[in-house]
Design a protein around this ligand. Sequence first.
Ligand code: TEU
Ligand code: CA
Length: 554
Amino acid sequence: MNRQWWHNKIAYQIYPKSFYDSNGDGIGDLPGIIEKLDYLSYLGVDILWLSPIYQSPLADQGYDISDYYKIDPRFGTMEDMDRLITEAKKRNMYILMDLVVNHCSDEHLWFQKAIQDPEGEYGNFFYLADEGEKKPCNWRSYFGGSVWSPLPGTGKQYLHMFHKKQPDLNWENPRVREEIYKNINWWMEKGLAGFRIDAIINIKKPLPFSDYPADREDGLCSPEVMLANASGIGEFLGEMRDETFAKYQAFTVGEVFNEKPEDLEKFIGENGYFSTMFDFHEAVIGHSPKGAYDNRPVTPEEYKNACFTAQAKIGDTGFYSNLIENHDEPRGVSHYLPGPPCEAAKKMLAGLYFMLRGIPFIYQGQEIGMENTEVSSIEQIDDISARGEYETALKAGLSPEEALAAVSLMSRDNARTPMQWEDSPGAGFTKGTPWLSVNPNYHRIHAADQMEREDSLFQFYRKLIGLRKDSDYGETLVYGSFAPYLKEQKNLMAYFRKGPEKTLLVMGNFQKEPQEAVLPGVAARIVLNNLPHTEIKENKIMLEGWQYVILEVK
Ligand code: TEU
Ligand code: CA
């Protein structure tokens, strides 16, 4: 494997709207991120991915862009963005923006021109069809309902895989691709390190449009069926890489769901379409085809198996990007840990995913152990995806209380409540009224406490990061091979990372009860431990509840 500059880096996702509000309007902003760069630098992360800050009506919180060349004034100015890039560089940090090019906003000029003249140049920027009796296909959008909506006042309809305010761009049109590449290069010239690439697997549609078997009573089929039936995305992705990223040695991370095993080499192998892509095997555990109301909780065994499956699949073809949460997911500690999460368990989960082969991503607030939030009515939920799921749950016959309880477990708001900086009104996120309520647990969980307390989760993350950069262990943790250990032992997640010189054994007791495990050989050294002591007797280790250790073994 050719070595790349980003292989030993740690990435951190910022959701700007909820990170830090510098001017008291309740909305996080770019100057706020700049103020917190020293915090991020102290944590030790190198690559910062910013969720979208472009001009947007914020119908899907910025994933609906109305001008790809402008910063939304709520987030700041282009000067702020330039300053952020410069200030990050001073600290050896890299900035990634979010590339949202499967769709734009219905308020983008292109779409406005398509409405004015559907037969003209810009009509062909989108997928339009005559508004006949039947829709061109029965696909369900990710946020619920048909992917087709009327193009106002034209007798036509247009396709949107997501919300109706997010019309899909027609990638089959070379003019569209040209505009996208131009924009990417324009941003790269500003000094970005690369992009996280949104929903990119959706850009290729199986054409001509056709129906697939309905999988719910609404007569529609899951968008995943359309993904499974599409072929030829590689031509677009290869062209995009060659026209843009390859020229800059950019770091790119694809948001790819439902990848086919045979695609991995092309996607993230040597000279792949992307540098890396997220491993979502864990994120989709327990998801029901009926809707989020029917999702099941994740068991430790399922979590372990999903991680191991992904690691086996990728082998040394490339690097997945590993995560336990992002702005679309529940908080990892609330989702993957059974029962109310204690700090030891949070450290264990952190340590288990962090040492998998791949690039670790931390989502803002994860490093201080932020948890899911509570809501008492659907009006308190901002997330359009959760609102759609709430409707689905009601239609399936759940009571409003049941629907709310089910939906609040997966609501994307869980990850979007403001960053908890300190125990003061607004959690130190804002001096005004936050755009989304802060999690009431901010009195207990906040960065100020975590930073000063030596045994905190935050300090544990610093150690994890330090190990991946360590002169003794970094090589093994970044490039070493992966092998499961005692896979069949229930609620024990253990694996080796083996390099030419060193072998490390990572172990987590994924339950509150203690458990014993046999060691493969002599433990030469305890490299990391989330509890004050460890009991090793001959060839056995007695793990306490939620204990996590990294051992160097001979
Ligand atoms: O998400 C893509 C995606 O597939 C989502 O539908 C995801 O499965 C869902 O949000 C889980 O609840 C990306 C962005 O990350 C998301 O925030 C955007 O809403 C979406 O694209 C549209 O741009
Ligand atoms: Ca602000």
